[in-house]
Design a protein around this ligand. Sequence first.
Ligand code: MN
Length: 244
Amino acid sequence: MKNSSRRKFIISSATVGIGSMLATPAIGKLFAAQNSTAIINHIGFDQQPLGYAYNALEPSIDAMTMDIHYNKHAAAYCKNVKEAATAEGVDIKKPVEDVLANISKYSVKMRNNAGGHFNHELFWKSLTPKAGTQASEKLASAINKQFGSLEAFQKQFSDAAKGRFGSGWAWLLVNNDKKLVISSTPNQDNPLMDIAEVKGLPLVGLDVWEHAYYLKYQNKRADYIDGFWKILNWDFVSERFNTI
Ligand code: MN
């Protein structure tokens, strides 16, 4: 990450404390150990601008899908989570991660839209038109240790994405034992939620709702997943892993 972007992350995180990132007590321990100036990719309640043009990820993701996905679907989750926050007394100056960690205490509207908003904000950041980004040495080593090889990891993650019945997400996350784990969730759930079967800090989330790929790929979800690997921003994923 360039220094200018690094500064932006720090500035955008300046209003929230590290403690508020904590999704679970166990993950809290991971964060408590880190340097307080470390980059924590908090996600707020506002929709952030895309870091690239709608057509920048072609041919993996076409411009019309990006436009509709960002401006209609993701914008709606953002609008709706703010409505739910107002109705349920949530301070929207705090990170949305705070709500996700206690999602069982909120409404279904909050669950669907806090999840939807967070998941998409993470998704946009994890994609890039830049070719050839690579996992940091630390992340590559953890992937090799956990999955055997990068290829084995990609296959297992792709299988999770293909195997999600209906709408949902595939995840690479760091669990409470600091291990990399692959999971998938239905709808707009995610691993930060207290109701998630597999909990932890998500590093990568792949949207496998049909709205993410249907215009270009129709029923061929597997081809969309193949395209995803070409635009995954390993620099971003590595930065996020470094916060552990
Ligand atoms: Mn989506």
